[in-house]
Ligand binder design. Structure first.
Ligand SMILES: C[S@@+](CC[C@H](N)C(=O)[O-])C[C@H]1O[C@@H](n2cnc3c(N)ncnc32)[C@H](O)[C@@H]1O
Length: 204
């Protein structure tokens, strides 16, 4: 199976094809300074204060990786889509950041361990979230944290993972879980939204 057909099988989306326009969405490209600043403030609050090692899984074009890097964190990004990885490499050129083509459910990072596993809008597409969360916890150093930004989108045929389900899956794996609701902050999305959007910060 080629990498491209593998990408389509897993998420129902051809992410290589989507990559060219991906950053056109306000919360993807963060081109509007107000939207960018809203995400930068959240990322600063979710990540440790000092420079740390951040693993951005399903990093896409690297928008959150760039915010983390600007906040002095060292970033490793992983994405299944080679074109997304190319765009992330270009976006963070010259920075202390490495981008790898690979599966978020089996990241190609060897024995390396991280202070933060950061994942936005990817977990819900993965076939076995319980197994994946356990694996991600195992990639963290003691005291490290998962920062997971997820949601449930749409009303007729909603897709995603609810905060209740995600915190239930995390409860046996971590010491502390905090949910931050993001639906009311229109600046993050570039518009008002009425579906469930949230971040979870879970400390192992
Ligand atoms: C909705 S985008 C989110 C991108 C980025 N996290 C962000 O928030 O800007 C989903 C991304 O996950 C990637 N992806 C989907 N399934 C993946 C998997 N199993 N392993 C790694 N990346 C995956 C896609 O290629 C795409 O770049």
């Amino acid at each position: 199976m080629s990498i491209n057909s593998d990408i389509e099988t897993r998420s129902g989306v051809d992410w290589d094809a989507e990559s060219a326009d991906f950053d056109d969405e306000p919360d993807h490209g963060l081109r509007d300074p107000a939207v960018r600043e809203a995400w930068a403030a959240r990322v600063a609050a979710w990540l440790p204060r000092g420079p740390s090692d951040v693993l951005d899984l399903g990093c896409g074009t690297g928008s959150l990786s760039l915010l983390a890097s600007e906040q002095r964190h060292r970033v490793t990004g992983v994405d299944l889509s080679p074109r997304m990885v190319d765009l992330a490499r270009a976006k963070l050129a010259g920075r202390d950041a490495v981008f790898l083509v690979g599966d978020a459910a089996a990241p190609p990072v060897g024995e390396q361990r991280f202070d933060v596993v950061l994942v936005r809008h990817v977990l819900w597409t993965l076939p076995d979230p319980e197994r994946v969360l356990r694996l991600w916890c195992g990639l963290l150093r003691p005291g490290g944290r998962l920062v997971l930004i997820e949601g449930v989108w749409g009303t007729v045929s909603p897709v995603g993972i609810s905060a209740d389900r995600l915190t239930g899956l995390l409860a046996p794996l971590v010491r502390d879980v905090r949910v931050e609701r993001l639906s009311d902050d229109a600046l993050l999305w570039g518009r008002e939204v009425d579906d469930e959007r949230y971040a979870v910060v879970a400390v192992v």
